[in-house]
Ligand binder design. Sequence first.
Ligand code: ADP
Ligand code: 5GP
Length: 187
Amino acid sequence: MENVLLVVSGPSGVGKGTIVKELLKKREDVALSISCTTRAPRVGEVHGREYYFLSKEDFFKRIEEKDFLEYDEHFGNFYGTPKSFVKERLKEKSVVLEIDVVGGLNAKKEIPETVLVMVVPPSGEELKRRLKGRGTESDGDIENRLARLEYELAQAEKYDYTVVNDTVENAVLAIEKIIEKEKSKRK
Ligand code: ADP
Ligand code: 5GP
């Protein structure tokens, strides 16, 4: 199959959401997999757009039904990738999963052709600025997310590609190149 299943990971606040949104605007041949989560929606988030917001009960039911390609717990909430959704979308388009490193590696175990892309910030200081600037988490939540930074970055070596999010435009171009390269390998 020529379409690419692409995992985009990286520390919280690095710009994954921003980059993926721009990529989807530019490319009609790329779709986003929408994850399920038990976290509460942030202001402006819409059910079925950013995430499917589920109760814990519904989430656990789906685990039992083996409906997740992978799932994990972060900051006390559960997040999972719906398997049937991804497989259906892949028939028509390349699919992006915006998930953490553990999830990415688990997805690759399940579907070995998965391409893993790590987005890194230009610096730790810049990441902190972006997290604060986004203004959606409390100081405690920001510290939690920064504490995970070293761990996330250390996992980059298990990934297929690293993309520095210096500017959104450059990062999007880098991801487009990765998709083209992976597609040409599969022809
Ligand atoms: P993530 O999805 O990785 O948690 P977001 O996409 O929400 O991160 O980005 C975090 C913040 O950083 C947002 O306020 C976003 O506008 C900003 N941001 C993203 N990419 C860049 C960039 N290249 N330069 C400056 N700010 C950025
Ligand atoms: P946030 O609450 O900031 O939206 O996401 C918190 C973390 O959950 C991020 O690291 C994000 O990549 C991860 N995440 C989002 N969706 C999924 C998913 O479907 N599976 C896994 N394993 N992690 C996810």
